[in-house]
Design a protein around this ligand. Structure first.
Ligand SMILES: Cc1cc2nc3c(=O)[nH]c(=O)nc-3n(C[C@H](O)[C@H](O)[C@H](O)COP(=O)(O)O)c2cc1C
Length: 217
């Protein structure tokens, strides 16, 4: 029997940064669904500069834990999705991206413009700007994955507690890759984390300009 999926609203309400996982393997079809949701995220110019390394083997999870300040959930999770950005992806993928677009109806005039504007824009970036750009894109795909995992009944834990160089070494990442965040996916073991709460809307949302309250009638 097909599992009952949560609505997005329910998944958002239920999601907690899971403290501990039971370690059971995740079925391939579920993993595929989670990853596929991420790959449907939007990205600047549709360049899709994200790359994901999915770690499931006990040996790799153990090594990854060692590169992640010994956080036990890295080893306990069914799978850890290591979200990376590739600073060179636009050089390699521009033509393929334009071809994909053409198949979906991209006008030739748009393709012509993108062929020059994408390299103009991205080649002007400093290393820090590229890192910021990649982080933006990668975290969107990451969030799609996290929420899809919740929708289909999994628990998740986003993590920034890792050592960049150590993770790069464990995963044998190319030089142009940077690690953005880790997403542990599995099933909660033991008690869930407390609900940390959120600031009320007036604290973080403004209407029309900074400092003015948003009036929702
Ligand atoms: C990008 C990001 C990185 C995080 N890194 C870690 C981490 O390394 N270790 C950890 O225990 N929690 C980590 N968290 C979880 C946060 O502490 C948690 O999301 C926050 O306290 C709010 O709790 P909630 O997600 O249960 O609502 C991270 C969350 C995000 C979004």
């Amino acid at each position: 029997m097909a599992k009952q999926e949560k609505t997005l609203q329910q998944a958002i309400a239920d999601r907690r940064a899971t403290p501990s996982f039971d370690g059971k393997a995740i079925p391939a079809e579920d993993l595929h669904k989670i990853l596929d949701a991420g790959l449907h995220a939007p990205s600047g110019y549709n360049m899709q500069p994200w790359r994901f390394v999915v770690v499931q083997s006990p040996e790799q999870k153990k090594k990854l834990r060692g590169a992640s300040y010994n956080q036990a959930k890295v080893e306990e999770a069914s799978a850890v999705i290591v979200a990376c950005g590739d600073a060179d992806s636009w050089r390699k993928d521009l033509d393929a991206m334009l071809q994909l677009g053409r198949e979906g109806g991209m006008p030739e005039s748009y393709a012509d413009q993108a062929r020059s504007s994408v390299p103009n824009y991205l080649s002007s970036f400093s290393a820090d700007q590229m890192k910021a750009w990649l982080n933006k894109q990668v975290m969107l795909a990451f969030t799609h994955m996290m929420l899809m995992a919740e929708v289909i009944g999994y628990d998740t834990a986003p993590m920034e507690g890792f050592e960049q160089e150590k993770v790069r070494e464990v995963l044998r990442l190319p030089l142009s890759y940077s690690v953005v965040a880790l997403l542990a996916v599995g099933h909660l073991q033991g008690a869930d984390k407390f609900d940390g709460g959120r600031f009320e809307m007036g604290h973080t949302v403004f209407g029309e300009e900074f400092g003015k309250p948003l009036l929702l009638k």
